[in-house]
Design a binder for this molecule. Structure first.
Ligand SMILES: [Zn+2]
Length: 285
């Protein structure tokens, strides 16, 4: 029942913006790639081209063993159209670009709540800009249940730092994006975790203060592409013996509010259309 409710919400936005996918499709897709059950309230669907590729490369589904989720706040489709070089780099690294619609209101805790539960806001319970601990089952719960080691790395007090608490995972709450990035790199090198979520707030913070296409915002978009590419290299170096997935995960986009400021939260294409990226690699011995 709840699952159908979520599916109906996702499909409505897909119709409105003419996309095949929703941000709610990431969790069921990762679960299928890993062979782990979906969270209870999940209403998203698996992304067929991504699963097909994994099936071919790994000779079957459910065989992924390591994953990094690089969550880049507010780097949506409007940003992709403007920052062509940065996004071309991301697309080249990943291979798969999955155009998807966000949910309303298109703000961080609402959207990441949906991304990691596969449930619509009316089901997962965060329906405005607030950061309570999410009460529905998430990707992190089902991974922990399957005995996987999960790390969530984010700057202090941001949505990702707060709404996924009280799970059997390790939380790293740091002061800067650079610390999040370096910590995630260290965990890849040390082979400490199975699933690493590394969050980046930089572009979102810059776009609110200086506008989505300011110099400061542009530097953050470029940095996001560089970090994503570095993760790919690190995974290649240290995780060669594992079947692995690297994903670029976006919550919402953003638009200009006035000449100096940006914002998001509305039901408009600039805020609602995002792209998720997947890089699928099979182990090599
Ligand atoms: Zn956000």
């Amino acid at each position: 029942m709840q699952n159908q409710e979520s599916t109906a919400v996702f499909e409505e936005f897909q119709r409105q913006y003419n996309t095949f996918y929703s941000i709610g499709d990431l969790t069921p897709t990762l679960c299928a790639l890993w062979g782990i059950r979906e969270p209870a309230a999940c209403g998203g669907k698996t992304i067929a081209p991504v699963l097909d590729q994994a099936d071919k490369l790994m000779d079957g589904l459910g065989k992924v063993e390591k994953t990094v989720l690089f969550c880049a706040d507010a780097l949506g489709n409007a940003q992709k159209e403007y920052y062509t070089e940065a996004f071309e780099k991301i697309r080249k690294v990943a291979g798969f670009e999955i155009k998807s619609t966000a949910v309303m209101p298109s703000v961080t805790p609402v959207c990441f709540g949906t991304i990691f539960s596969g449930a619509a806001p009316c089901v997962h319970g965060i329906m405005k800009y607030e950061k309570p601990v999410l009460s529905v089952e998430t990707l992190f719960d089902v991974f922990a249940e399957s005995g996987k080691n999960v790390a969530i790395i984010a700057v202090n007090e941001c949505s990702i730092d707060k709404i996924f608490r009280q799970r059997k995972v390790d939380y790293y709450s740091v002061r800067t994006d650079e610390q999040s990035f370096q910590l995630a790199r260290r965990f890849i090198a040390e082979d400490t975790y199975d699933l690493i979520l590394c969050y980046m707030i930089g572009y979102d913070a810059a776009m609110h203060k200086t506008g989505p296409f300011s110099e400061t915002a542009a530097a953050q978009a470029k940095l996001a592409a560089e970090r994503f590419s570095q993760f790919s290299e690190d995974m290649e170096t240290y995780w060669k013996k594992y079947n692995r997935v690297l994903s670029f995960v976006v919550d919402h986009g953003g638009h200009s509010v006035d000449e100096q400021h940006g914002g998001h939260g509305e039901n408009i294409p600039e805020d609602m259309i995002v792209n998720h990226y997947y890089r699928i690699c099979e182990k090599s011995c």
